[in-house]
Design a protein around this ligand. Structure first.
Ligand SMILES: NC(=O)c1ccc[n+]([C@@H]2O[C@H](COP(=O)([O-])OP(=O)(O)OC[C@H]3O[C@@H](n4cnc5c(N)ncnc54)[C@H](OP(=O)(O)O)[C@@H]3O)[C@@H](O)[C@H]2O)c1
Length: 315
């Protein structure tokens, strides 16, 4: 296959590129800085048509990952850039596809598990999941993330040519090794004795091991029946309290001091991130992957944390 990955220079794109390249596929990364350790990097600006567009003609699939990271303080300016980078990149990929003599037959679009409601009572799958931008027990500003993902998915649906299959990958927090990865931050906090529950720790954490994330992307590429939303999350989400307990156990750290919501707000400001990423209860399960027969290598957080901690020690 030839697979084009707009925004593929980042963490997830490079993981996919390494795996596809190792299997003998051709991978093209569209990047504003024309940078990619894995895959052939081609320059684009994420907004307007250019020479890059011809890479899509006769490619087999496009996997659109471009977007400013949500791991930042959600100021009005940052929100605007998160929105524009996603909607503009999707729109221009659509324009390039419309100009192709033979557009890719498959479009996998990055989306996010954060689209589902903040809830504790029941898991969200693609069929029965609740999507409410703001419930009575959530802060007003949390609605922005849900609305952004909804608009992102709608933009892809509008831009996708009728003959191309579109799958919307509702990705949970991907647990991977690497200096800028969420796992690295959580592991470092745990090692410093700060890996306890936050704000009571009842909020659910949906996650997926990087190995399963890549396997799931390849599975969706190979399964044409997977059209529309597909949750990329492990089948066993756990509460934040349990998540940190298991991480501490795997890392051999006996204690983890708990933190309150205001302590997290303070810490988030210092780390230049957003407390919503930890406080929102993301209770998401992979309904469609499971019914299509996908088998997780790391279905439980115990197995995933054990593997990640062992690999962290070996690096
Ligand atoms: N990692 C996760 O746990 C997770 C979970 C849910 C959803 N997602 C979504 O999956 C996608 C990929 O995630 P990732 O972790 O690989 O993200 P990432 O490391 O931040 O990479 C995203 C890429 O998007 C490009 N980009 C950044 N700002 C842009 C802008 N203003 N305009 C156009 N392109 C821009 C960058 O490429 P260049 O600088 O090379 O152009 C960057 O390498 C993202 O859209 C993210 O929201 C990720």
């Amino acid at each position: 296959m030839k697979v084009v990955i707009p925004g593929g220079s980042g963490s997830l794109g490079q993981a996919i590129a390494r795996s596809l390249t190792a299997s003998g596929h051709e991978v093209v990364i569209l990047s504003r800085g024309a940078r990619a350790a894995s895959g052939r990097a081609v320059h684009w600006n994420g907004r307007t048509l250019g020479d890059w567009a011809c890479e899509l003609d006769e490619a087999d699939a496009v996997v659109v990952l471009a977007g400013k990271s949500v791991n930042c303080q959600h100021t009005p300016a940052a929100r605007d850039e998160m929105r524009r980078s996603r909607l503009e990149s999707v729109a221009v990929v659509g324009k390039a596809m419309a100009a192709c003599s033979r557009p890719p037959h498959t479009w996998l679009q990055a989306s996010s598990a954060t689209v589902y409601s903040h809830r504790y009572d029941a898991p969200n799958d693609e069929e029965h999941g609740q999507i409410i931008a703001r419930s009575p027990d959530t802060p007003e500003h949390w609605r922005h993330s849900v609305e952004l993902v909804q608009d992102w998915e709608r933009a892809a649906q509008t831009a996708c040519p009728p003959e191309t299959r579109l799958s919307l990958l509702r990705i949970a927090m991907v647990m991977a090794l690497g200096p800028d990865e969420t796992f690295n931050l959580l592991y470092t906090l745990a090692r410093r004795g700060l890996g306890g529950s936050i704000a009571g720790g009842r909020q659910m954490m949906s996650w997926i091991h990087e190995v399963d994330f890549v396997r799931a992307v390849e599975f969706v590429l190979e399964h044409p029946e997977l059209v529309g939303p597909v949750n990329l999350a492990s089948p066993h989400p756990v509460s934040q309290r349990e998540f940190m307990r298991v991480l501490r156990q795997s890392a051999g750290i006996p204690i983890g001091l708990p933190a309150t919501a205001w302590m997290l707000e303070l810490g988030a400001r210092v780390l230049k991130t957003e407390s919503e990423l930890i406080l929102k209860s993301r209770f998401v399960v992979p309904g469609r992957l499971a019914s299509a027969g996908f088998e997780f290598e790391f279905a439980t957080w115990e197995a995933a944390a054990r593997d990640l901690c062992a690999r962290w020690r070996r690096q």
